[in-house]
Design a binder for this molecule. Structure first.
Ligand code: IP8
Length: 246
């Protein structure tokens, strides 16, 4: 089983609100079609969900955020999800849309439902989930990131490889010279040194990747602008940053 997260910055143009990168998603879909083993996809919010969550000042911490914000974020994620599902279908994949409300109770994963996702993937369908705004009870809500969904699913399903598809080659040890870290051993880069983008993007990814690798599972960061690197990674040829399961 392979778990793949399509980051918001690769599937959308983060500089411009509500702008999907159709041709990139199409090229990635063509590569995903070549993967012949059960896989689960998760995607981020990019210039859809993130755009609105910033506008409505909503965060990952449960709080009393704008109710209208919850609706608008959710709606924008359905919009982006639909674009991705359409492109997957166009490329003859069999996506099976799974909003996170299907397997989350507030911020608690529903183990039984998550195990079912694995069965769906084994049947040949490709479950597709995404970061979203979730109801938390007592008039509260929170933003569940796609990166967090990756570690929630990995913990229960133990995929043989978790891939984060990014808009860069992987993790850089030096951001000016773009020196790539090929193998992350935990002390090479301290998480504190990773610059935050507006939404905490790379930092959160490294946190979740580290969490997954500590479960004894391999995690790989790859550049989605070179989509053949995704299928190469599935075959064991890695061009990007590997977090070895420890
Ligand atoms: O792009 C969060 O998912 P992410 C999506 O994986 C929203 O952080 C709704 C902001």
């Amino acid at each position: 089983m392979i778990l793949i997260k399509l980051g918001g910055s690769i599937i959308t143009n983060k500089e411009k609100p509500l702008s999907p990168r159709i041709s990139t998603i199409d090229k990635i879909s063509k590569q995903l079609k070549k993967i012949h083993e059960p896989m689960i996809l998760v995607h981020g919010g990019g210039s859809f969900g993130h755009y609105w969550s910033v506008k409505y000042d909503m965060h990952t911490k449960p709080d009393k955020y704008s109710l209208h914000g919850v609706s608008v974020v959710k709606n924008s994620m359905i919009q982006l999800d639909k674009i991705i599902l359409d492109l997957l279908i166009k490329n003859k994949l069999n996506p099976y849309c799974l909003p996170p409300t299907d397997f989350m109770d507030g911020n608690r994963p529903i183990t039984k439902k998550i195990k079912e996702i694995s069965k769906i993937a084994q049947s040949g369908l490709v479950p597709v989930s995404y970061g979203d705004a979730l109801w938390y009870g007592a008039k509260k809500s929170y933003i569940l990131s796609g990166d967090k969904i990756m570690s929630i699913l990995a913990k229960i399903l133990r995929p043989r490889l978790s891939i984060f598809v990014l808009n860069v080659d992987g993790l850089y040890s030096d951001f000016k010279t773009k020196r790539l870290v090929h193998e992350m051993d935990g002390d090479q880069v301290s998480i504190e040194d990773i610059p935050m983008d507006v939404t905490g993007g790379m930092k959160r990814k490294v946190e979740e990747a580290t969490r997954i690798s500590k479960m004894g599972l391999d995690v790989f960061f790859v550049n989605g602008n070179k989509p053949e690197r995704i299928t190469n990674a599935v075959k064991g040829k890695f061009e990007g940053t590997m977090f070895r399961g420890a």
